[in-house]
Every structure is written in C-alpha cells, then in structure tokens.
Design a protein around this ligand. Sequence first.
Ligand code: PLP
Length: 390
Amino acid sequence: MNRSRVTLWHPLPVIYLDHNATTPVLPEVFEAMKPFFTERWGNPSSAYRFGSELKGALETARSQVAALIGARSSEVFFTGNATESNNAAIHAALRAKPKKRHIITSQVEHSSVLNYCMALEKDGYRVTFLPVDRHGLLQLADLEAALTDDTAVVSLMWANNETGVLFPVEDIGRLCRSRGVLFHCDAVQAVGKVPVEVTGLPVDYLSLTGHKLGAPKGVGALFVHRKAPFSPYLHGGHQERGWRGGTENVALIVGLGTAAELAKASLSAFERTVRPLRDALEEGLLNQIPDAELNGHKTQRLANTSNIAFRGVDSDALLMLLDQEGLCASSGSACLADSPDASHVITAMKPELRGERNSLRISLGLEHSPASISEALRIIMESVAGLRSL
Ligand code: PLP
C-alpha cells in the first residue's frame, strides 16, 4: 500500500497542525475496530470460543506492531498508553538492578519520563537530567561522563515532541551496552514518522502509542528486547503473558495493529509529502515574519515538526487568535498546555529566555495539501502581525 494522502473520516472543520499532540483515527482503523464493539465483544481470556477466539485478533495486532518496528511478536506487549509504557520500562530496569540507584535521562523528555524520574528521586534514586545544546541536540560526551557503576538505566527519547529534534539512539544504545546499563527509548514521536528498526539496535525497551499514528487514544505498546529483564508494572491476571494485568482492550489493540500496518506502508510517503509542506510553511514564516527564529536543529529533525519563536509575541494570545481562525497548533506538549510555566524543552535549549513563552509548535500530517499550508501561513502571519500591532 502506498499512501501519499490520508483519507479522513469527515472533512476536517479546522486546519489541524497538531499531529504531535494527537492524530485523527483513520477510517480503515475505525472499520477494523468496529466488529470488536458490536459483535465480537467477548473476553479473550474466557474458555469458550466467543471469547478465546479473540486471542487471534490480539496476536495479529501484535505481529503488525512488531513488523512496524522490526521486532519479534514475542517482544511486544500492549499497554494503556505510552505513559504506562515509559513507567513500566524504567520500573522493570530498576527492579532488575536493585543495588543500582542512579538513573540518566534528559531535561527535554516527555513528562511521563521526567515526572516519574522526579518521583523516583523522592524514593532515594539519584537522577541525572542531561542538558541539550541550543539546537536541542544531546552531546554523547555528556552521557558518557554521567554514566557510573551505579547507573541502572538510561531513558532517552528518539524524537522530541516539541521540536522534532532527533537523538542519536544507536550511539546512545552502544554506549549503554558497553557499560552494562539498560537503555529505554521513548519512541512515541518517531514511530510512523521515521524508520524505527529494532533488529540489531542496542535498545532494551522502546515505547510507542496509538494516538500518534492514526489509532485511538488509550492504547500503547512496549517493546522489550528478548534478552532484557522484565517484571510487571501492573500486577493482575495472566493477560499479556503475565506482563501486564488487566483485560485486554481488544478493539483498541486491533486499531493499533491496523494503524501500525498503515504507518509502515506510508512511511516513505510521510517523508516525501510532509517534509516539503513543512519546509514551505517554515520558510514562509521565518522569511516573511520579522524576528522569528527556529527552535531546534535545522536538519536533525522529524519531517513534520516545526517550532518557531516570534519575539515579543505571547504564545497563549497567538494560540487563541489562531483558534478563532480555525487553526489548531500548540506552544508545546499538550499534556502541559494548562501550565503557566514556559516549555521545559525550550528553556533547556535557550535558558536566556528566562521562561518567556513566545513559541509556536506546528506538526503536520499526511492529510495536508499545498492549499491548506498556504492558508495556514496566511493565518499565522496575520495573527502575529495583529498581536504585534497592539
Ligand atoms: N512520550 C512522548 C514523546 C509523547 O509525545 C507523548 C504524548 O504526548 C507521550 C510519551 C505519552 O503518550 P500517551 O499520551 O500515550 O501516554
């Protein structure tokens, strides 16, 4: 299947430039899930066939997710979301190395890693939050210097949700392996946007979530390398081979499997069609709006994400104006949108801003066209100019 454009369930009533926050459920995904709400709603753990036959649907979805990331099916289990996957991976690594009390992560991780690490600090763990440079890049030398004999786990993301900046996952993993340290990678924003191939990759745990790739919210997965230790985070029944208690959400898992298959098929189209549209919008904004600056590395970045600072423009006011014009974007992570604080990602990259909130994150998907992107450019330019004229 070669998907260069996504067909949406309904025409969008808005210009949606917030795919890193969430994505629309694709019609094929919705269709694949439907029977599991209406006809095939049994419990896969039941002994009778009306339930037990659903195990086949779970295994098909598992192999579809495994195929997307180049894993074996036995290395993938389903979770409720990537927040759970991230917590579960770090938890498993710490349980496997009970004498080690040091964790390494970065200052720009998603809150599901950062806040868990901060909670672990209160339990007596020592956490190193690695810095990034002003382009959002991680320096391997900083990681190397932070590793000690007491380090149990390194948790670093593949692609940043606010800037799209990519971390050198393979080099990080190789360094961790050479020091006998477990490595967890939050690949939520990378999966479906760049090739993620775990075969031969020195990664022990890798998290992903459905709602960033055309599946519904509320379903995620964790890859656990066959040689990596694992102990459950959620204790309960024997579901997921005892790795994750709780009756499986069959419909959503089927949705994630279908979305994974579609994402694999559209990976090259994503790069081919989304990157030029993102570049056109970004160049338009940077060239035509005075005092605009890119947050993030120019090239070492996802094809769909652009984060731009407009000097003197309050991002909340800008987002409100854009909303009135039917344009959806954000100033950072959706999970922290209600926080009065500046983005921790931008602050880590540009501490001299001292908490100023003037950044706009736009993140595109496959449904965009040159027409929707020039309309977005017009709306953003007029909104910034309008605010500056006040
Ligand atoms: N990690 C990253 C990088 C994310 O962008 C997100 C979602 O915004 C998550 C983790 C959490 O995913 P979920 O909403 O499935 O818990």
